[in-house]
Design a protein around this ligand. Structure first.
Ligand code: TMP
Length: 389
C-alpha cells in the first residue's frame, strides 16, 4: 500500500480498554497517525494495533446499550429479510452481544466474534458462535459446517480488519453465488463533512469511502450493488455487495459522484481536514479552560472510544473533566484509557451539580436529549464545531 500520512493524533491508548486502578501504570500506547492510499483511495491508519490487544474477553463495548442501536438492528433485519428467501442461511461477522443476531432464527444463523465474553453470551442464546478472527481459514471451517451462505452481515466490524483483501476473499469464499454481503461502517464523507475526527482510533483501522471499497471489493469479484446512507454512529454507509452483479442501484454511482465532488479521491482534501482537526482541538481546550476559570463543574456524557481519541489528542484529563458517566456496567468504576478520568454510572454522576456535560456520545445526541430533558446545565459538543448546546 502506497499510503501518505496526513494527520497525527499523537500517542493513544487502546480506545475501549477501561482500566482498574491497578492497570493505569503500565498502559500500552502507540502513535495514531492516518494516511491516504493513493492507489485505492483508502483512508487508513499508518500502523495497525494487533487485533488481539483490542478484541479479547475484556472487550467493553456493548451494541445493545442504546435504544438507537437496538431499533436500528431490528429495522436493518427487517429490510434484509425482504431480500432473502424463506429461512436463509446467515452469518454475522463481529456479533458483539447479539444485538443484530437476536432478530434471526438461531437454527440458520451463525456468528463470528473474537471477544470471548460476547461469544459465550451469543452461544448461550443459541447462536453457534466461532470465537476467532475472520479470515480464509475460518471461512473454510464454517463452510464445512454450514455450506454456502445466503447472507454475510457485518456492522462496525469490517473497518476493524487491517487486511481487507484477506477479509473480502474469505467472504467471497463462503457466499452462495447469489448471496448478499451487507456491511455497515462509519462513512468517510460524514467524517470529513462534520469534522468527526474521533472516528479515528485503534479499532477503526480504516474509515471507508464507497470509492475505496469499490476498488478493493472488485479485486475479489465482489461488486457494490447498493449503498444506503445511515444516520447511525455519526453517519455510516450500508454497503450491499454481490458476486453475481446484474442490477446496480443508482445509489452506487450517486455516492461515488458525491465523493468526487467533496474530493475524497484527493490527498489535499485530507490535509485541509487535518487543519480543521487542529483548530477543533484549540477551540475545545479554550472552552474547557474557561469553564475551569469560572469554577464550573464539567463532566463527560458517555465513555466512548471516540472520546478516547479526543481526550488523548487534546490532552484533556481529570483537571478539565471531573468524571465521565456511562450506562455500561463494564465501564463503571474504572478509568478512561490514557487520560484516566474516573467513570461512574449516570445515577451516581449526572445530577444537578453538573454545569456542563461534554457529549462523548455525540452520535446519540437525539436519544440523550430526549432522555435528559430535565438537565439544567448545557451540553458541549465538538461536532461539527465546538459549541454549547
Ligand atoms: P459508542 O459511541 O462507541 O457507540 O458508545 C456509546 C457509549 O455511550 C456506550 O458506552 C454507552 C454510552 N451511553 C450512555 O452512557 N448513555 C446514553 O444515553 C447512551 C445513548 C449511550
Amino acid at each position: 500500500m502506497d499510503k501518505v500520512k496526513f494527520l497525527d493524533l499523537g500517542m493513544q491508548p487502546i480506545a475501549n480498554r477501561f482500566l482498574t486502578s491497578s492497570q493505569i501504570d503500565n498502559e500500552f500506547l502507540y502513535n495514531l497517525s492516518v494516511g491516504f492510499d493513493q492507489e485505492s483511495c483508502l483512508v487508513t491508519n499508518m500502523d495497525y494495533v494487533k487485533p488481539a490487544l483490542m478484541f479479547n474477553r475484556d472487550y467493553a463495548y456493548r451494541g445493545s446499550m442504546s435504544k438507537t442501536m437496538r431499533d436500528h438492528f431490528l429495522a436493518t433485519s427487517n429490510i434484509l429479510k425482504k431480500h432473502l428467501q424463506y429461512n436463509p442461511k446467515v452469518l454475522e461477522i463481529g456479533s458483539n452481544d447479539g444485538v443484530f443476531l437476536k432478530n434471526w432464527n438461531p437454527f440458520h444463523t451463525f456468528a463470528v466474534e473474537p471477544c470471548g465474553n460476547f461469544a459465550n453470551e451469543t452461544n448461550s442464546m443459541g447462536y453457534k458462535t466461532y470465537c476467532k478472527f475472520w479470515d480464509k481459514e475460518l471461512s473454510e471451517e464454517i463452510l464445512q459446517d454450514t455450506g454456502p451462505l445466503d447472507l454475510v452481515f457485518a456492522a462496525n466490524c469490517i473497518c476493524h480488519m487491517p487486511d481487507l483483501d484477506s477479509a473480502f476473499s474469505a467472504v467471497a469464499n463462503i457466499l452462495n453465488k447469489d448471496g448478499l454481503f451487507v456491511f455497515e461502517d462509519p462513512s468517510l464523507a460524514s467524517m470529513v463533512n462534520i469534522n468527526s475526527y474521533d472516528q479515528i482510533y485503534d479499532e477503526h483501522a480504516h474509515v471507508f469511502s464507497v470509492t475505496a471499497l469499490q476498488n478493493i471489493l472488485n479485486r475479489h469479484n465482489l461488486s457494490i450493488v447498493k449503498v444506503d446512507n445511515l444516520d447511525v454512529h455519526g453517519g455510516s454507509n450500508r454497503i450491499w455487495a454481490t458476486l453475481n452483479t446484474t442490477n446496480i442501484d443508482n445509489s452506487v454511482n450517486d455516492s461515488i459522484e458525491f465523493e468526487k465532488i467533496i474530493g475524497l479521491h484527493r490527498y489535499s482534501t485530507f490535509v485541509e481536514f487535518a487543519n480543521r482537526v487542529h483548530n477543533s482541538k484549540e477551540s475545545l481546550l479554550r472552552i474547557l479552560r474557561n469553564c475551569k476559570t469560572y469554577n464550573k463543574k464539567v463532566i463527560s456524557y458517555g465513555a466512548t472510544s471516540k472520546s478516547t481519541t479526543v481526550f488523548n489528542y487534546c490532552g484533556i484529563g481529570p483537571d478539565l473533566i471531573e468524571y465521565i458517566t456511562d450506562t455500561t456496567p463494564e465501564k463503571q468504576n474504572k478509568y478512561s484509557p490514557g487520560m484516566h478520568i474516573p467513570i461512574v454510572s449516570p445515577e451516581e454522576g449526572f445530577d444537578e451539580s453538573v454545569d456542563f456535560a461534554f457529549l462523548g456520545a455525540w452520535n446519540f445526541a437525539k436519544e440523550i436529549k430526549n432522555k435528559e430533558q430535565n438537565f439544567g446545565g448545557k451540553f458541549i459538543t465538538h461536532v461539527p464545531t465546538v459549541r454549547f448546546i
